[in-house]
Ligand binder design. Sequence first.
Ligand code: MN
Length: 240
Amino acid sequence: MSDLFPAAPVARIPLADGSGQFPVRRVYCVGRNFADHAREMGAAAPASATERGQPVFFMKPADAITIGGSVPYPPATHELHHEVELVVALGKDAPTGVLAREAASALVFGFAVGLDLTRRDLQAAAKAQGLPWDTGKSFDHCAPVGAMRRKQELPALDTLQISLHINGQIRQHGHLADLIWDVADILVELSRLYALKAGDLIFMGTPAGVAALQPGDHWQAAISDSNGQVWLQSHGRICR
Ligand code: MN
């Protein structure tokens, strides 16, 4: 039998070197993965790795991936927040079962930097009632990302910094070494819940400094080293 209408195309993220594009399957996100951001959201931050409990996961629709450029201000909110995040891209299907750290790391194809755009007013209202966050976190164009690089092109992640400038002013900054759960940790935990596959993305959580965006704002997200060399970037504008 033939399709009743053309299947929607999958989102694709270009490689920075122009050698190909990454077709997106699923988008997993981690909440509260930097202690300073957990505290600013009113949550308790773990005092040590042994007290960190379980990571908070949620998902975004794969067709919400937007490649920089222009992002329309979403409907039904007066509080669109930016959360700058490391984005992990998987290039292989996971074997069945719970992954070991080494097997988890072997799934990683590369990295990008992106924004976990959030309708904070809707998320806060849902949280206050103990309801799911979906309308706050999952909406059209809620996941802009920049070009991807293969993991072997990048320095060790724990030497890198993540930052977000809005209209040229610094809003968020953090060190990837300060992630509560690192990339292997998160993939191990996800493997307890889902069959990870090539094409999956993981937004790794944001450092402190989340705040509102307005129509017309220009964002510049970067992952850079201590010498200021930018390894991953994304930029674009919020439009009406
Ligand atoms: Mn986030």
